[in-house]
Write a protein of this length. Structure first.
Ligand code: IDC
Length: 460
């Protein structure tokens, strides 16, 4: 067996000499635990049809959860096989999976397809024969066809693939939907009837739950707001929509001000909702007046809290300058590309208000989308104040761009607030009727028409 002494953050079972090698890295660590990533490399020029990685952990350390792989344990040996979509590795390519370790010990041995992860020719142990040739029965097992027609029934558990959001079939999709206003101000807007109307009358895929932290929000009643968020996650699930849990930081703009609250909140909602397929976590709304390094540090402390409970969920990280990819503070997406958050299965936030943010912002989104997975978790058809008239030309240009790039979006707001960005006319929420066009403002009519059009959710 190959004994491997692993240093603090990056240790490689390196030196490729055979077709497949595997590299182990620690992505995050905390008191008595860490998050690891293993990359399986196909060093040959022909496709590898399947892979198997076996890690032996030292006494005192166990593997809790894995993602992007199927895990089985036998004593201290943990065996990882493909998750279903990632069995085949094209020549010269790689795939990776992650896991959470409980305990601080690093693997003492690593085999890939029965051979040393370093690519040397250590003979396979009897219990782990190397496949002599790729076995067709072990190749991609496609999830069964969808049994329902809702967005969640069709797409299942989402994951980030390349720069896209992908469904359970590994196909890029776009989710289109609406954001709540502040839950503290508009509770009567978020009821069984309103969430059902969003799903069935608007045909929305996505429901963003905006839980302000300040401004009479979470900080004033953590358990009450946590319960309200969970109840809205359930309403979205009951209607087959994805729920985006938005930790709506705004003022102060440095998310680190709320770091302890974020850890508490996300620890609770991720534990409670771990088994659900419809939950996406947005860990900070609009950082402002804070460096990218500060945001990245926050993300790298909050993400492991979520991963420890709900390891396969997509997490979305806010960006500098009110989630403008830095543009509104004189920067741009390059600061993220050159210094990304050290975590997998994450996306980055972009926000715009169509009457305020135009061609230069659109150009930056198009540029950034080539290298970063982006999610428009909030945008308005009006000015950045949240008020004013719908800018139809700019809103159309934006949504056409997002459709073309398959960037998911949520519009601010599904509420009857007295401001131009609200989709519902004053008094709608108390009336209890949310369907049809008579309840809509100009912005609501524009957005409902865009969101109602047929989705494109490929299943093969
Ligand atoms: C606005 C609301 C407004 C509220 C204000 C302060 O529309 O009613 O008084 O927040 O809480 C954002 C923020 C979002 C803002 C929105 C419009 O994420 O909270 O909502 N906006 O100003 N970023 C850019 C614009």
């Amino acid at each position: 067996m190959l004994a491997v002494a692993v240093a603090s953050t990056a240790a490689f079972f390196a030196l490729p000499a055979s077709a497949e090698t595997a590299a182990f890295t620690v992505q995050n660590s905390w008191n008595n635990g860490y998050q690891a990533q293993v990359t399986v490399n196909n060093e040959s020029s022909s496709a590898l049809n399947t892979w198997k990685v076996e890690l032996v952990m030292p006494a005192g350390t166990t593997v809790g959860q894995a993602w992007n792989a199927t895990m089985s344990a036998s004593g201290s040996t943990y065996t990882f096989t493909p998750a279903g979509w990632n069995a085949t590795i094209p020549g010269g390519s790689a795939t990776s999976f992650g896991f959470i370790a409980n305990g601080s010990g690093r693997p003492t041995s690593c085999l890939v397809n029965g051979k040393a992860c370093s690519g040397t020719t250590t003979p396979p142990s009897p219990s782990s024969p190397a496949p002599s040739s790729p076995s067709p029965s072990a190749s991609v097992s496609t999830p069964p066809p969808p049994t329902g027609t809702t967005p969640v029934a069709i797409n299942g558990q989402l994951r980030v693939c390349g720069t896209n959001l992908c469904n359970q079939y590994g196909k890029p999709i776009q989710l289109r939907g609406m954001s709540t206003h502040g839950l503290q101000w508009f509770p009567s807007c978020y009821t069984d009837a309103s969430v059902r109307a969003l799903a069935t009358d608007w045909n929305a895929d996505l429901f963003r739950i905006s839980m302000y932290v300040q401004e009479q929000g979470y900080e004033t009643n953590p358990s009450g707001f946590t319960a309200q968020v969970n109840s809205l996650v359930d309403k979205a699930e009951a209607n087959g929509m994805y729920a985006l849990i938005d930790f709506h930081t705004l003022t102060p703009g440095d998310p680190n001000y709320n770091l302890d609250r974020a850890k508490t909140f996300f620890g609770q909602v991720s534990a409670r909702n771990a088994a659900k397929k419809n939950v996406i976590y947005e860990i900070t709304n609009e950082p402002n007046g804070v460096s990218w390094a500060g945001i990245k540090s926050y993300a790298e402390q909050v993400i492991p809290v979520i991963r420890a409970n709900d390891p396969d969920a997509v997490v979305i990280v806010g960006t500098r300058g009110w989630s403008s990819l830095g543009v509104s503070e004189g920067s741009n997406s390059s600061e993220i590309v050159s210094n990304p958050v050290n975590a997998s299965n994450i996306m980055y936030t972009f926000h715009f208000y169509a009457a305020s943010h135009k061609d230069n912002y659109r150009a930056e989104v198009e540029r950034a989308a080539a290298s970063l997975p982006l999610f428009v978790t909030e945008f308005g058809t009006v000015t950045y104040t949240g008020d004013g008239a719908v800018d139809t030309a700019s809103s159309t240009a934006w949504l056409d761009l997002l459709d073309r790039l398959k960037i998911s979006y949520a519009n601010w707001t599904f509420s009857d607030a007295g401001e131009g960005s609200a989709a519902l006319r004053g008094g709608t929420c108390n009336s209890g009727t949310f369907t049809g066009t008579s309840v809509l403002t100009d912005s609501g009519a524009f957005m409902r028409a865009r969101i109602r059009t047929a989705d494109n959710f490929p299943t093969s």
